[in-house]
Design a protein around this ligand. Sequence first.
Ligand SMILES: [Cu+2]
Length: 620
Amino acid sequence: MHSPVACANLLRLLGALVALPAWAAPGSPQQADDSCAWPAPGSAVPAPKDLHSVHGALKLDLTLHDAREADGTIHYCYTLPDGSQSPTLRLHPGDELLLHLTNALIDPDALPAAGAGAAKAPNGVKAPSSVTIATSMPQADVCHSMAMTSTSTNLHFHGLTIPPRCHQDDVLQTSIQPTDAPFEYRFRVPQDEPPGLYWYHPHIHGFASNQAMGGAAGALIVEGLERAIPAVAGLPERVLVIRDLPLVHPNAPPSSAEPVVPPPILDADGDVTNNNTGYGKPARDLSVNFVAVPYPDYPPAKITLTPHQRELWRVLNASSVTYLHLALLYDKVPQPLGVVAIDGVPINRGAPSADSVKTVDHLVVPPGSRAEFIIEGPPLGVPGLFITRMVNTGRDGENDPNRALASVLADANAPEPSSRLPAFSSPLPPPKRPWLGDVAPVRERKLYFSERRADPEDPNSQILFFITVDGQEPKVFDMHSGTPDIVVKQGDVEDWIIENRSLELHDFHIHQLHFQVREWYGYVLDEPFLRDTVSVPFFDNHMRAYPSVRLRMDFRDPNIVGTFVYHCHMLEHEDGGMMGTIRVEPADSASAPAGNAATDRGASRNAVEISTAIGASSPQ
Ligand SMILES: [Cu+2]
């Protein structure tokens, strides 16, 4: 909920609404009296509120609300008691996070129109509704609830190597209902967690996509990047959370400034499919720190900085399905992006003497992934534009066209970003375990992404999504199955080949750990850093072999003993069944790993036909 001051500020902000074209829905897209209002399109990009740990701990109360906006869409938002949304949680390695999460969700079908007044959710929290709320649901133990409803929620701390246990980072059984008391999340950031950008979001199977698409996501920063990458010491930093949202103007024709492209085709989920032109209607709109940049005119959000100002941009792709392909143009010329970290891991993690800044002029960031890079602001009077270029997502993929995200303009009086990295810090101690790339894997497994129609005879039937261990039967994820798909032993290192047998991109993510990319689409990479999310190129029917990636999986950290999930981070696919479970057994347990479809190391290396069409889907 907003305080009166926050509401007054919001009203002032809404006064600056840009003029809407005739086809836009009448009325303003925001309401001042709901708790999930976003700034108007074209606004300055606001910085999320920073919450810093103090004396080794960060304590906060967070509430998840939903609200129906004037245009009929539903927003989900994490709010602090002062009304600010999706704070950035900042902790040092070794610090404790103590977060009380209140679920104030209202059933989306019961949400009243925007501005219809406020009611209390069953737990007594003020919620933006005047409807009667059923409170008859029996109170289940939150830790073993497993409830999967539109008003259930929980938290996943994406990228952190913390235990897959209730109150820490369990998403298989933990489910909080609106009738529950505030639920405590409490864990310590590991001492050896790489410094960089992580994030938090809900992870209720079947409902993750809608909640994230409505805005439920925020950044978490493990401080100390300057200890690994001296080039960022003293730099101002800007956290940019890119989310996707349902099209604000779904019925608008494309901008007359664009080339004419074939009319949009919708898939079974109602998403606009990829036309591989870079133009046309996108599957989703995007927002930058909640400033929407809607189709068809993409009015950019605004970033101002002092001329030539060097900054660290920490970009999180919190989209449910949208790939980002970032570039920064000054006078239409691509500018260098000095990449320093991917997925929360400094890019020199495995090779401290190597270049600690990798300069590129474009960068693909799949859903769930993060990229941190140094930019230099434009000179006075030179127009800059932060954009995402098209991504070819495959024949069955969504349309991710070229579009603006934010204008980048120099202003001698620009306010400084709210945060700056320390100018002096002690160097980061070397990781305590040998570099993952130097450890021989004890086992190799192959998994594959695939899709099929629920009724193969009916081209309009629902699409089922699978991630399958080679040798097992494809099945949609069943959270009530007590049998893990994969069992490994803590202490082991394995190589996993992830193959894509479908006609669209997928985006492999595993909880609790990072991996090293060894091969990507036939290219040998041996990356000197780690990722927790990686794009797996799509198959097309002309290829001789399925595209694949080879990942070196790190099961050495004792923190990760337990059962957790791996899945496609296109959340619509995850909700549709593209998820599996893995159990990491203690190193001293007697039982041998079971349920494995292990193959001889090297047996599956194949000569994948390299398509020149991957373009924007390349790894850097
Ligand atoms: Cu997918």
